[in-house]
Design a binder for this molecule. Sequence first.
Ligand code: COA
Length: 413
Amino acid sequence: MTATPRGARPHKVQLGRSWAGAVAGRALSARGVRNGSVAGGRNAVLSVQSVAGGVKADAAKAEGVTAQNGVKYGVRLVGTGSAVPKHVLTNSDLEKLVETNDEWITTRTGITQRHVMGPDESITQLGADAANKALEMAGVDASEIDLIILCTSTPDDLFGSACTIQAAIGAKNAAAFDLTAACSGFVMGLVNATHMMRGGNFRNVLVIGADALSRYVDWRDRSTCILFGDGCGAMVLSAVEGNCNMLGFDIRSDGVKNENLVASFFTNGLEEGATTNKATSESAASTMGSYQNICMTGSEIFKFAVRAVPQIVGSALKSAGLEVEHIDHLVLHQANQRIIDSASDRLGVPKERVVSNIAKYGNTSAASIPLALDEAVRSGAVKEGDVVAMAGFGAGLTWGSAICTWGKAASSE
Ligand code: COA
């Protein structure tokens, strides 16, 4: 088996039977996979990479290489959809709220407008709209969905909104839960879905990224209110026997730097002298509280992002056995155009392969990657068999990247 030379972009057909199998073999041996299991397993990253190893094992199987890890199913990315609130808030609208101007916002962030949820809109409604569009593209009926993962920090209800989306789309056979990992949520959701599907118990899964950070923005704070918008993106994944189109990934977090981006819960309902907010008698104080506005040290997040994104895309590529040159589309979390430009420059991905729609939507948190990907797929820019590298970063701090092949066909077909 020969490896594709660095810098040589594989032809789409090669990606499967000859080339993917070759890199799969390399990836497996490079990570010390013996008898189908990954050596190590120290931490979450290693366990993620063990699935990546399994992913490549299927590619290897297609090449006649015996994979012994027992994982039978591969994941295909088969449909996307998105939805945004009706109301558009432009930079000039913001000039009426805070001391700012269109030129400053455009130059520093690349954002010209964002969509903001009205009182008659909800995460559930946006999620259902986006999910229905993704199901239609996938050709999958809602009743065939057996898992919904809603990635959000801003559900309509404290207990989550995955189940209300399930009800809204009529996915009566699905289990549904929320996952919170801020702007990295969608990538974390994809990684979770891939693990669960490769076990064989979940055949069609909806991963939805949806957020309404406008609910937590301080509209008097010009350093944050200019950045965020609301929206939703959804993806349908289907498990099939054979190659896996989720090629590799890596996820990380660093809670030590948490204070740089928070919207903390604040309790204000304890009666004088009370030491607990747990009800111990009928006369116990009732706890009142709420989440506070978003508080951010912008410069620290900026520095974190421009370092973390190239690092995580690099390690996800490594777990996939790929090189930067193989990326057809780089879909980064849409936080700031300067971050997208800097991170893609550092990675060495040419501008024409970098997806950006931040100008129209601002930072939609967990929604930004699937929203950008959906537009790129529907415009025809992303084609069957293209290699897509996604990376999210944000509060937590969290960051993660997933490398996949787009479409229903196995990478070897
Ligand atoms: N309009 C006009 N002026 C503004 C402004 C606004 N909306 N916001 C800040 N300023 C001013 C500042 O007060 C400062 O003025 P000074 O020089 O007189 O002190 C000046 O502009 C520069 O501010 P600074 O914070 O250094 O700007 P910046 O170039 O770092 O851009 C961010 C600020 C927030 C756009 C940038 O730091 C950023 O995007 N960080 C990452 C945030 C992010 O992505 N968060 C989400 C992650 S998921």
